[in-house]
Design a binder for this molecule. Structure first.
Ligand code: PMM
Length: 271
């Protein structure tokens, strides 16, 4: 899944694709590089970010969704608002990716149920302005799994088909670096819930400080310097059984996944 952030303030790509033409060209480039799915979003979810109005989000996203859908792309809309999701589906999106898993907008579950489209429910506790305050867990893997289960129950109750649900443990959302590494180590337990799992580690802050011996107060590397680490986490996610990985730099992750495929088929050929 390639990321198209139509935002002026995303941490990972700093507003490079905010103009619609730039976002569309970037989406086409990601497809050419081998993305199977484009995730188009108009709200930055970096810690501390302010929310755009619903009208602003619609203005950012809908034209880009329509243009890329017209090019034949498979599109997911990254939104916490049911009205934005509904308009994006009308414009040609085929999947809804809600980082709040339906918590931010109570209309989201019913909308997805009636549209009958796949829905990514991510583990989430609070909007960006507050999310770092909520990074407290007894055991992050167990707690995330139990909160995802609760989301699934609510979605099923709203009429969402079990086969439409995709889960995401929400790397970086109300999680510090230690929580993210523990979640990656325990990803197979999230997969064991039996739903397809989406993993979004790409360029996140915990990948900017990889040397355990380094000064903890030193600046992390910049987001665009985190693509090799992202490719590594993509490979680990695939090995743990993830359904998809959400990334900004498609070629590096494609290569890592191609290596995994080749190793698997070589192992199979040995009988
Ligand atoms: N991360 C971001 C945005 N949307 N969606 C899902 N399902 N999972 C994620 O981890 C996720 C997401 C934040 O990253 P960005 O600002 O680089 O898009």
């Amino acid at each position: 899944m390639g990321v198209v952030n139509v935002t002026p303030d995303s941490f990972s790509d700093g507003g490079r694709w905010f103009e619609p033409d730039a976002a569309i060209a970037h989406g086409l480039e990601l497809l050419e590089q081998g993305a199977d799915l484009l995730d188009i979003g108009g709200e930055s979810t970096r810690p501390g970010a302010a929310r755009p109005s619903e009208d602003e989000e619609l203005t950012r996203v809908i034209g880009v969704v329509r243009a890329l859908a017209d090019h034949g792309a498979r599109i997911s809309v990254d939104t916490m608002r049911a009205r934005v999701a509904a308009r994006a589906l009308e414009a040609g999106a085929q999947l809804v990716n809600d980082v709040s898993g339906g918590l931010a907008d109570p209309q989201m579950g019913p909308l997805v149920a009636s549209a009958g489209v796949p829905f990514v429910a991510m583990h989430w506790r609070a909007h960006s302005a507050q999310m770092d305050l909520e990074a407290r867990y007894a055991d992050v893997v167990t707690d995330v799994i139990s909160e995802l289960r609760q989301r699934v129950d609510v979605l099923l109750e709203a009429g969402v088909a079990p086969g439409s649900i995709i889960l995401d443990p929400g790397f970086g959302f109300s999680k510090d670096a230690g929580h993210n590494w523990q979640l990656l180590a325990g990803l197979d337990q999230v997969v064991a819930l039996g739903y397809p799992v989406l993993v979004g580690t790409s360029r996140k802050r915990f990948l900017g400080r990889l040397d355990p011996a380094a000064d903890p107060d030193a600046e992390p590397t910049s987001p665009t310097e985190r693509d090799a680490a992202t490719a590594a986490t993509s490979l680990l996610a695939a090995q743990a059984g993830a359904w998809a990985v959400r990334v900004h730099d498609v070629p590096s992750t494609r290569d890592a996944l191609a290596v995994w495929d080749l190793v698997r088929s070589a192992g199979g050929n040995r009988g």
